[in-house]
Design a protein around this ligand. Structure first.
Ligand SMILES: Cc1cc2nc3c(=O)[nH]c(=O)nc-3n(C[C@H](O)[C@H](O)[C@H](O)COP(=O)(O)OP(=O)(O)OC[C@H]3O[C@@H](n4cnc5c(N)ncnc54)[C@H](O)[C@@H]3O)c2cc1C
Length: 162
């Protein structure tokens, strides 16, 4: 969506609309020259994989019929080429994130649905923890043990953000 149209909306600025089974988020990027639009809907029938599933603007608009004018105007201002749909999946915690001298970190260790807006912070925290424990001159096994314990909190957040 073009940034110019964004200024003409009734509620300029980053905005979240929430309704039954649907959320719509709108926020400026590239210093307001572009607007990112995110529509979240639930479905039990998603089968497509990958990150580049195209969606027609009219199909997206149909999911938000009856919503606030800012929402429908924003969707109508997009073109088919710039609309991408992908699935967000709730994953059960892994039994372990450490095996021998190998450890998973970030999204691969504790994938979290985006509803709490915290998972990138948790990925960064994993890196900070590893940096600090290695600075304490622990053995690799001890260091990865600390990472493993801290990951359990992240996994708890993972299960509560569904
Ligand atoms: C829609 C959405 C909204 C989000 N909103 C927020 C938010 O508001 N706040 C927040 O904190 N977090 C948010 N997140 C989560 C955040 O994006 C992740 O937590 C973060 O990106 C995890 O970082 P990472 O480095 O662990 O993994 P990633 O960023 O997923 O990086 C993994 C990288 O590894 C690459 N890769 C995968 N497999 C291979 C392979 N076999 N070989 C080579 N490369 C490979 C991938 O291409 C990718 O570049 C959101 C996520 C989504 C999907």
């Amino acid at each position: 969506m073009n940034g110019h149209l964004f200024l003409a909306t009734s509620a300029p600025g980053s905005t979240v609309w929430a309704g039954p089974g649907r959320i719509f988020v709108r926020y400026p990027v590239r210093r307001g020259t572009l607007i990112n639009l995110v529509g979240l809907t639930r479905t039990d029938t998603w089968v497509a994989g990958g990150w580049l599933n195209r969606v027609a603007m009219t199909d997206w608009l149909a999911k938000y019929q009856g919503w606030h004018r800012d929402v429908t105007t924003a969707i109508a201002a997009t073109d088919d080429v710039s609309i991408i749909a992908w699935g967000l999946f709730a994953c059960d915690p892994l039994p372990t994130i450490v095996e021998g001298r190998v450890a998973l970190m970030g999204g691969s260790a504790h994938p979290v649905l985006p509803f709490m807006g915290q998972s990138a912070a948790m990925a960064i925290k994993d890196g900070v923890i590893l940096d600090r424990v290695f600075a304490e001159v622990l053995t690799v096994a001890e260091a990865l043990g600390v990472l493993k314990r801290s990951a359990s909190r992240a996994q708890t957040l993972s299960s509560t953000s569904r």
